[in-house]
Write a protein that binds this ligand. Structure first.
Ligand code: CA
Length: 221
């Protein structure tokens, strides 16, 4: 399992990242200050680090410089609070591999994390095929097969199905699906999850996804 170090002091964002990454099969460690981040990066083995820049204790850029000064290759994606060009340039110059601007969607972040993992690992390390019953999801090709027939799914539907397929037989709340697929800044009372579940049912068959009234949805095993 790939391990992600999340250095982020805003609890709402770190909780969103932790939950979303874990739902996608990553192991996470959250640290809320710069000194702790530098210490963990030095003392434990991680596959990718997500690094907020404005951290208490020690600025993210300083943390980054320390890691690079030791010659560590750990892939680092910086999280910038605003569309701050200076921060991005400084971060990349200090040795960050990528950056992402808040607010961001989980699917975009995960795509960036996967790019970093592909650079440093053999592809076998991460599970790239998910199978539940006669549905097979190929994460690398972004393809879905139902009973060996290829079904085209746009990215949101794909991500929604992926989330359900990672937890077959478990009820997943609307809120979790909304956070995971649409991001933490999405309108919480929206019925968009139900609309998209409807799309999936149309394409994959009605019996596959069960509605659990008042809670959310469950993929039949
Ligand atoms: Ca911060």
């Amino acid at each position: 399992m790939n391990r992600i170090l999340i250095a982020e002091d805003e609890p709402r964002i770190s909780a969103f990242l932790k939950k979303g990454l874990e739902a996608n099969g990553f192991a996470t460690t959250v640290v809320e200050d710069g000194n702790g981040a530098a210490y963990l990066a030095r003392s434990q083995d991680f596959d990718v680090m997500l690094l907020d820049l404005v951290l208490p204790g020690k600025h993210g850029l300083k943390v980054l410089e320390e890691i690079r000064d030791r010659g560590e290759q750990l892939p680092i994606i910086i999280l910038t609070a605003f569309d701050d060009v200076q921060d991005k340039v400084a971060g990349l110059e200090a040795g960050a591999d990528d950056y992402i601007t808040k607010p961001f969607r989980l699917e975009e972040l995960i795509a960036r994390v996967r790019v970093q993992l592909r650079k440093t690992h053999s592809p076998q390390k991460e599970e790239m095929l998910l199978q539940v019953g006669n549905i097979v999801l190929d994460l690398r090709k972004r393809q879905v097969q139902v009973a060996k027939r290829l079904v085209e799914l746009p990215i949101r539907e794909f991500t929604l199905l992926e989330m359900l397929m990672r937890h077959p037989g478990e009820v997943i709340s609307r809120e979790d699906l909304l956070n995971h697929v649409w991001g933490y800044d999405y309108e919480p009372n929206s019925n968009i999850v139900d609309v998209y579940i409807g799309y999936l049912r149309k394409k994959l068959g009605n019996k596959l996804i069960e509605t659990v009234r008042g809670i959310g949805y469950r993929l039949r095993e």
